[in-house]
Ligand binder design. Structure first.
Ligand SMILES: [Zn+2]
Length: 273
């Protein structure tokens, strides 16, 4: 971790030393999260309010599996973590499990409210397949301007209950940062794992890259993804969204450890440089 970053962050968060380390990858304002002089300073953590909520159901899948959500923290910055959309991409599962504990240990509770969606596609995960139980790619079913109906994109945007539930959550929550866990099988060339982004997230993606070692691959370098969550949330709604592409088949625990600081840095409020 670059020492100057650490010192700068530490000077702003003297009472939150662990957070100071984590903020190092996210020094400048990003999106709508700028901290102003009139905003309240972080206060000491409140253990009772910082306890993660139990999982609760926000909808059900085609096969009636619950779509589950929990929150942790009570700070003003609104962050959303999505543990999975494609059923055969489970590399983010340990991150989803351990994120609350790491979030609290980093002193983020007074600074951010983190909403965690365990898995948008439990039917696909149960069947170890990319798509949902009706064969629709849930990452192509959002009402983005570039949506096109199709066999694997559904007959209409939001035709799938899983996509509808996440869509409604995003509109209700209006997060300031969204992170989504995916994985990909490396092609003949290209990185093993990378960070992709949509919307006004180029700076935060570059900082994620510094903290994780995952290179940034812009969406312009990826073949078209009509109706994707990134298209809808990032491009159409203008909300910064990071798509973490872990290496397919890697140990989820190692995936978490490799990206832990980068994820927490993205969730933390931007620190003015
Ligand atoms: Zn994926």
């Amino acid at each position: 971790m670059p020492t100057p970053f650490l010192l700068l962050a530490a000077s702003r968060f003297a009472l939150l030393p662990v957070l100071a380390v984590l903020c190092a990858c996210n020094l400048a304002p990003v999106g709508g999260g700028r901290r102003g002089a009139a905003e309240p300073r972080p206060t000491a953590a409140d253990p009772a309010r910082a306890t993660p909520t139990p999982w609760r159901t926000i909808g059900t899948s085609v096969e009636s599996r619950p779509l589950e959500l929990r929150t942790v923290g009570y700070g003003p910055r609104r962050a959303l973590w999505i543990g999975g959309i494609h059923g055969d991409e489970t590399e983010g599962s340990v991150a989803t499990e351990l994120l609350p504990e790491a979030f609290l240990a980093a002193g983020l509770a007074p600074l951010a409210t983190l909403t965690i969606v365990k898995d948008v596609n439990p039917d696909g995960r149960a069947a170890r397949q990319r798509r949902n139980a009706r064969g629709v790619d849930l990452n192509r079913n959002y009402p983005a301007k570039n949506y096109r109906p199709g066999d694997d994109r559904g007959p209409a945007a939001l035709s799938e209950p899983e996509a509808q539930a996440l869509h409604d959550l995003v509109l209700e929550l209006r997060p300031e940062i969204v992170l989504v866990a995916h994985s990909w099988g490396r092609k003949a060339s290209g990185p093993r794992a990378f960070i992709n982004f949509d919307g006004p997230a180029d700076r935060i993606a570059r900082r994620f890259a510094v903290a994780s070692g995952y290179p940034v691959v812009p969406s312009t370098d990826i073949h078209g993804t009509p109706g994707s969550l990134g298209s809808f949330v990032g491009i159409d709604l203008g909300i910064p969204i990071l798509t973490i592409e872990y290496a397919r088949g890697d140990d989820p625990k190692q995936c978490w450890e490799a990206t832990r600081a980068a994820i927490l840095g993205a969730i933390a409020p931007p620190v003015e440089s």
